[in-house]
Design a binder for this molecule. Structure first.
Ligand code: AMP
Ligand code: MG
Length: 267
């Protein structure tokens, strides 16, 4: 599978990009392949951790019920939890709001050897804030510039950045939100404000198109992942992670002392 085919450039038109792609795979095959990819991912992650030079940042963005939590659960469970830190970014608190919008983000960027997953991110500061008219278009443009510089900074320190927009259709969102109402075990996930945000579907579409177009760079490209089918979404993301880690090609470090005459004796 060419996972890079979902990469987008400087003119993103979401209505032209598929939400329901399946790559002509069956669900069964796809799930089995995802698990297999996981074994390879775990090996590369072990090297990344041991090498402790490079790091990987995965930014997950989506509309409500778009599958961010499911992606964390089903894709990142394939990797040793010790090497992964997931951060959920919620509404900024009072202290956050006294600083620039990247202040609360920076401490969560991945240390050498680590994979960081952002479940929502600083992109909310150019999405929800725009849809709710909390910032002007001019401020949004400034923030795009700051974001590009911030991501360049991280890249120059050895952080690979993958930004994933989980692309679902409005019908798929309707079904998933309805399920949260119908299934008692999913009730806790339902937030009445999700319906208000859903009503602003077109505003979110244009905010996403602007943000993706302005910030899909070589250092930090965006991928628009077809996400109506969860199993295909997982499969594409696992492949993308695999291809990325292979390109990063982490190596076990050379031992710092001569091991040839060392043995572990009995005690
Ligand atoms: P959830 O991901 O469903 O737990 O919801 C988190 C909420 O926090 C969403 O409604 C986001 O839009 C909101 N949120 C996250 N980051 C920001 C931000 N920087 N500014 C405003 N709202 C945010
Ligand atoms: Mg929510």
């Amino acid at each position: 599978m060419d996972s890079k085919r979902y990469r987008v450039g400087k003119k993103v038109n979401l209505s032209k990009l598929p939400t329901d792609d399946t790559g002509k795979l069956s669900r069964e095959d796809s799930e089995a392949e995802t698990l297999e990819i996981g074994l390879e991912l775990a090996k590369l992650q072990d090297r990344l951790y041991a090498e402790s030079k490079q790091s990987l940042l995965v930014v997950l963005q989506a509309r409500d019920a778009g599958g961010k939590d499911g992606t964390v659960k089903h894709v990142f469970e394939l990797i040793n939890p010790q090497g992964v830190i997931v951060t959920n970014f919620k509404v900024p608190n009072e202290e956050d709001l006294k600083h620039d919008f990247l202040w609360r983000i920076h401490p969560h960027t991945p240390a050498a050897g680590m994979i960081a997953v952002f479940n929502r991110s600083y992109y909310e500061d150019v999405l929800v804030t725009r849809v709710h008219d909390l910032i002007s278009d001019k401020e949004a443009e400034q923030r795009f510039k700051h974001i590009r510089h911030f991501e360049d900074l991280l890249a120059s320190r050895g952080t690979r950045i993958l930004k994933l927009y989980l692309h679902i259709s409005s019908e798929e969102q309707r079904e998933r939100l309805q399920e949260r109402l119908d299934d008692p075990e999913k009730n806790w996930k339902f937030n009445p404000s999700d319906l208000k945000e859903r009503a602003r579907w077109p505003e979110y579409t244009s905010a996403y198109e602007d943000a993706l177009s302005a910030t899909s760079t070589d250092a930090a490209p965006w991928y628009v992942i077809p996400a109506d089918h969860k199993w295909y979404r997982n499969r594409v993301i696992a492949t993308l992670l695999l291809d990325t880690l292979r390109e990063m090609n982490p190596q076990y470090p050379e031992p710092e002392f001569d091991l040839t005459n060392v043995a572990v004796g009995a005690i």
